[in-house]
Structures are given as structure tokens and as C-alpha cells.
Design a protein around this ligand. Structure first.
Ligand SMILES: [Mg+2]
Length: 282
């Protein structure tokens, strides 16, 4: 393993392909989460999935034996809600093409959520994964954007991993809306750097004190690199090690491990700072 001088205090873990795949836990996930907490790392769980609320991820992770509070869970839906409150965009009416989690997160910070155009103007069209996407919804979103609503995408993931396959992801729907409305969206989730900035700000650490761990080069690793974080690719999900050498250096992960089970060993091997001072645990 390559030695680098990294003083890591916060670890951001992607979920799908890192903690679990479909409904199957990835070996070592529970033990690594416990090890990180025991060794005083701040641990965040960050998914580009916009369909569920953060509360439902608390329960989901608990089912894998991982204790996490809602403050340490970040979804592209919660980031989108944060975008509204952070940037003074309230009050606002948003036409939402997405599932319950996205609508709930937006309502939670005071956005008026609608599913079709009505008498009041639409300020924003917010698009995420929607397994009940229809031509009608596409038409509503298109018309609202053409009438001046700002277009926001929770994520651009083309596919969404399920047990032994992939299904169309949020990005597939975003592209349909962008094509119909002839406008590009503002991206909120990974690989947008704002996600990493928000988390390091919440954690009170510098970007170079945080490590992003993910299974996708074009979202997890790219977000980490753009935000100035350390990055580690796990090979238990989408991206393969063979893809890395073809990438320009600034898009490559700093480390590659087989799976999350190897993370304690990696962190304990880092030469400086808090990391690894108590290298035992697993
Ligand atoms: Mg993933």
C-alpha cells in the first residue's frame, strides 16, 4: 500500500457497492464502521440515491448492524433540500419528478412540493430517480422549465445497482427532462464538489482531513477529487481497477482496496496524525 502523509479525521462512506449491494452486506462493513467509530473518526454515510429519507437510512444501516444518526447521513435529496435553505431560495414552489424521500426532504425545509403545474408559478423543477416516471411527468417538467422554472438534478447516475443487475438511475430521467426542455440542470449530488464541501464543513475538518470511500470513479472519486478530499476506491461495486490507469492523474483515487474490510488496515498504515495511533481493533 502506498504511503502518504495524511491526517484523516472524517471518513465518508458511499453506501451501494461499499456497505451493501442490493440487500446483501459487503464483508467487513459492520466491523469497519465499528472500528472507525472506536478510533474516533467522524463517519458520514453518503448516497446519491434520492428516493429515501435520511431517517429510513438510519433504519436500513441498523439492519446491517451499523449505528448512524441522521446528522451523519447525506443523500442527494437531503443535499438538495440543504441547497434551498443554504442559498435563501425559500419560499419556493418545486415541481418534483422523484420519489417520496425527495419530496419529504424538500417539504421538511419548507419547499412547497407539487407534482403538476397549477395556478401558482413553479420556481424550480427538481428531478431525481422516479420508478413511476411517465411521459406526463416529462411533459409537466418540460413545460415548467420552459416557463422559467430553474432546473435542479439530484444526481446524474445513469444506472442504479440492484442485486445482480442495474436498472435506470436518476441520471436517465434527468437526461430525458434536459433533452425535452433543452436546458442543462444544476447538479447537487456527487460528483458535484459542493457535497464534499458541505460534509467537511459539518465535520469541522479541512478537505485534506477527509477521506471519500466509494465504488464509482465518476461519482464518488470524482467528487472527492473536486472537493480536495482523499479518495479510496473499493472494488466491491461498479468500477474496476483496470479503469484507473486510463484516467488522468487528477481523476484517479489515491488508494484502491478490494473492499471496505481493508479500510482499517489502510488507515492504520498512514504515517502521520491521529490516524492509526491505535491500529488494533479488527
Ligand atoms: Mg456506490
Amino acid at each position: 500500500m502506498e504511503k502518504r502523509n495524511a491526517d484523516i479525521k472524517a471518513v465518508i462512506l458511499d453506501l451501494d457497492g461499499v456497505i451493501y449491494r442490493g440487500q446483501t452486506a459487503i464483508p467487513g462493513a459492520r466491523e469497519t464502521a465499528a472500528w472507525l467509530t472506536q478510533n474516533s473518526y467522524q463517519v458520514y454515510y453518503f448516497t446519491n440515491n434520492s428516493t429515501k429519507t435520511r431517517e429510513s437510512y438510519v433504519e436500513l444501516l441498523a439492519g446491517y448492524g451499523i449505528a448512524a444518526d441522521v446528522e451523519h447521513i447525506v443523500t442527494s435529496a437531503s443535499l438538495t433540500a440543504h441547497h434551498f435553505s443554504e442559498n435563501g431560495l425559500l419560499p419556493a414552489t418545486a415541481l418534483v419528478v422523484g420519489e417520496g424521500g425527495l419530496a419529504e426532504e424538500l417539504r421538511g425545509i419548507g419547499v412547497r412540493v407539487v407534482r403538476q403545474r397549477g395556478k401558482r408559478p413553479i420556481d424550480f423543477v427538481v428531478v431525481g430517480m422516479d420508478r413511476k416516471f411517465t411521459y406526463r411527468k416529462l411533459h409537466e417538467a418540460q413545460q415548467a422549465i420552459r416557463s422559467g422554472a430553474k432546473f435542479i438534478a439530484t444526481n446524474l447516475d445513469a444506472t442504479y445497482p440492484v442485486e445482480d443487475n442495474v436498472i435506470p438511475g436518476g441520471g436517465s430521467i434527468v437526461v430525458a427532462v434536459a433533452t425535452a426542455a433543452q436546458q442543462e440542470p444544476l447538479l447537487i449530488g456527487k460528483p458535484s464538489a459542493r457535497a464534499g464541501e458541505l460534509i467537511t464543513h459539518h465535520a469541522g475538518v479541512a478537505p485534506n482531513q477527509a477521506l471519500m470511500v466509494g465504488d464509482r470513479l465518476e461519482t464518488d472519486i470524482e467528487m472527492g477529487r473536486r472537493a480536495g478530499l482523499w479518495t479510496c476506491l473499493v472494488l466491491s461495486g461498479i468500477s474496476r481497477a483496470e479503469e484507473v490507469p486510463a484516467l488522468p492523474e487528477e481523476h484517479r483515487p489515491h488508494w484502491i482496496v478490494e473492499g471496505i474490510g481493508q479500510l482499517p488496515e489502510l488507515l492504520a498504515s498512514l504515517p502521520s496524525g491521529e490516524a492509526g495511533k491505535d491500529g488494533g481493533g479488527l
